[in-house]
Design a protein around this ligand. Structure first.
Ligand SMILES: N[C@@H](CCC(=O)N[C@@H](CS)C(=O)NCC(=O)O)C(=O)O
Length: 280
């Protein structure tokens, strides 16, 4: 079978993430089958200090060890310490809720106590997956038409996907706790964790798409109050050890995002974006 076109990604975590992986190589009842670039579940395990074994797999060159657990062949996938035998679990949002319920002694709790606030948090968790991430990818995979002579700075299509993405970020940010710094208040929780990996990689738009378009600090635009709250949130996230320790060297993210930016990536997410669908 020909190799998957994305299968030559850098094979393992580097920089701070490698230090963390090395600390989690020893066998544990809970096993995380991960790709070093997928942070959601990894962040939660770190924040909650749940013991886990980290097993690096390349989801573009799906080993049997992954396919046996997850027929979709996607990371993250867990092997959970259930009785009488371990059982697999996948889908990052489902895993996050499982960790919350299966490890109640591992605080902090990532969802509010009262049922209404919990339900409201789920609306904005869903908004990340159903709106923000597909829009991130439509922007990243957008191609300025060839041969029209239009500069990327004047291309209406690029401007449209950028505006759509920023509008989703604004809609989400307006729902944040006014002071924060996190979405629900002073403590990190699930809405933060589900968006964090994308939020700390927004540099991809400066790198590949002629700018993200969020005004710089101190701008006087009409949305400045929203963007000020957004920047406070991103700064708080970037300061978290869990985020820093699960981050690899930028040089290894670049070729992965270059393929998305050229609309050549063949991941399920890239294909779904091209076909106008949501996340896989
Ligand atoms: N809905 C899934 C999506 C997971 C996903 O797309 N994972 C990517 C890694 S970033 C993957 O495994 N890609 C392999 C592929 O597309 O074949 C989740 O949230 O867990």
């Amino acid at each position: 079978m020909p190799a998957h076109p994305d299968s030559d990604i850098y094979p393992e975590a580097t920089g701070p993430a490698k230090v963390l992986v090395d600390k989690h190589r020893a066998g544990q009842p809970l096993k995380l089958y991960a790709g070093w670039f997928f942070q959601r579940v990894w962040l939660a395990l770190e924040e909650k200090q749940i013991p886990y074994e980290y097993i690096e797999v390349n989801p573009y060159n799906k080993p049997d060890s992954l396919l046996t657990l997850n027929p979709r062949g996607l990371v993250p996938t867990l092997s959970c310490p259930t009785e009488p035998n371990p059982q697999p679990l996948y889908e990052s949002n489902v895993i996050l809720q499982y960790l919350e319920e299966a490890y109640p002694d591992h605080g902090p709790s990532f969802l509010p106590e009262d049922p209404y606030s919990r339900a409201r948090a789920r609306i904005w968790i869903d908004y990340v997956t159903s709106r923000i991430i597909p829009s991130f990818h439509r922007f990243l995979q957008y191609q300025v038409p060839h041969g029209t002579g239009t500069s990327p700075f004047q291309d209406a299509g690029l401007s449209q996907v950028r505006t759509e993405f920023l509008n989703h970020l604004k809609a989400w940010t307006k729902e944040m706790h006014p002071e924060g710094p996190y979405f629900l208040g002073s403590e990190i929780s699930l809405p933060d964790l589900v968006l964090a990996p994308w939020a700390v990689r927004l540099w991809v738009f400066d790198e590949f798409k002629h700018g993200l378009g969020i005004p710089l600090d101190g701008s006087e635009g009409e949305d400045e109050a929203v963007w000020r709250r957004w920047r406070k949130w991103v700064t708080a996230l970037e300061g978290r050890e869990s985020v820093q320790n699960t981050t690899s060297e930028k040089v290894h993210y670049l070729p992965i995002y270059q393929r998305y930016a050229d609309d050549k990536a063949q991941s399920e997410l890239a294909k779904a974006t091209r076909a106008g669908r949501g996340v896989p």
